[in-house]
Design a protein around this ligand. Structure first.
Ligand code: TXA
Ligand code: MG
Length: 330
């Protein structure tokens, strides 16, 4: 069993933050909330601690980790001096759901970056996360706190379901505000490259940087620069498909075959006999907030097949549709 520490997200108790920070300093692992999803934290400058993170998650070692800092000033310890436009970008959006890829400095262990000469960095917008990083006095790696390949956790009980017994401490700081991961942007290329759509719409980034290159988010087409994107992600145990148009036929056909069918819809009032229907909301903020918990709840209920309506569009919708497609493995 991992130790659970319930911490007040609005006013984190210093004693509990201290306990978690000491575990980090000793080379341990602590799951903590951010504004996007829960992360599995460890000392980013301690290769032994980082190995524990890969092991607990079952993560391939060539998939690099994001380094989390608590002040813009902490950047110069781990990254080469940012360009003027990169600096403008982080001034505008940090703390927040934006991860920026910079050229790295030597102190960042190869275990963090999978041997790349770049490092992905972000400053989370969450009081527990920021107090923990400050108290630990070191930057923290923090991949999403799920088993590799599973949907990211948006609440402490989802972390526990995947990682209990495999990490030292799980902080329970309530539900995460955004619900999908940060947007990852590579500022070492000209123009900048979008590596993962996420909580911050790329259109907002472009207001600061000018046009951003957006590779197709289809499987296999992501640039080699973002190793993590080649793996299957967010995958529920059930088979999942995204169906354009009327989902009723496909749902009923599967029910007739004796399958337990789960449905994700973005419109209220669907009723299909024999199916478990989850309304994810219609506004992107609501859908982002609920999506991963819905995927996890279908697994808990032993659903065989998940049928989802598509959810396409720009802004936050781009990140959501990316997660849906990856969950479906398409
Ligand atoms: O919102 C988030 O970013 C969450 C919270 C916990 O902060 N963290 C998160 O980490 O989503 P993770 O490890 O699940 O995803 C990190 C992504 C992967 O796709 C990885 O390949 C990419 O960032 N990445 C990390 N370092 C990179 C680098 N140097 N160059 C390119 N991509 C990198
Ligand atoms: Mg992840």
């Amino acid at each position: 069993m991992s130790k659970t520490l319930k911490i007040n997200p609005l006013s984190p108790e210093p004693q509990k933050i201290k306990e978690a920070a000491e575990t980090i300093r000793r080379g341990g692992t602590v799951a903590f909330p951010t504004e996007t999803v829960y992360g599995l934290g460890a000392d980013a400058l301690n290769p032994e601690a980082i190995k524990k993170v890969f092991k607990a998650k079952g993560r391939p070692s060539d998939n690099p980790l994001i380094v989390h800092i608590a002040r813009i000033d902490d950047l110069k310890q781990i990254a080469r001096k940012p360009s003027g436009v990169s600096h403008a970008l982080i001034k505008r959006f940090w703390p927040g759901p934006l991860t920026v890829v910079f050229k790295k400095k030597k102190v960042v262990p190869d275990t963090v970056t999978g041997g790349l000469d770049t490092v992905a960095i972000r400053m989370p917008d969450n009081k527990i996360a920021i107090s923990l990083i400050k108290k630990a006095g070191v930057p923290l790696v923090a991949p999403s706190a799920n088993l590799s390949g599973k949907p990211s956790p948006t609440q402490a009980k989802d972390v526990a379901a995947d990682l209990s017994g495999k990490v030292d401490i799980i902080i329970d700081g309530g539900k995460t505000r955004i619900g999908i991961e940060s947007t990852v942007i590579d500022m070492t290329t000209i123009p900048p490259t979008l590596l993962r759509p996420g909580g911050l719409p790329v259109e907002e980034i472009e207001k600061v940087t000018g046009p951003v290159q957006r590779p197709s988010t289809q499987h296999g087409n992501m640039p080699a620069r973002s190793p993590g994107m080649k793996y299957r992600h967010y995958a529920p145990d059930a088979k999942m498909i995204i169906v354009e148009g009327d989902i009723r036929n496909m749902a009923e056909e599967n029910v007739r075959k004796g399958k337990k069918v789960g449905i994700i819809t973005f419109h209220r009032g669907h009723k299909i006999e024999g199916c478990l229907i989850k309304y994810a909301g219609s506004k992107p903020e609501t859908v982002a907030n609920r999506l991963f918990a819905i995927l996890r709840s279908f697994d808990k209920e032993g659903v065989d097949i998940i049928i989802s309506e598509p959810y396409n569009g720009g802004g936050l919708k781009l990140g959501i549709s990316d997660r849906l497609k990856r969950a479906a493995g398409t």
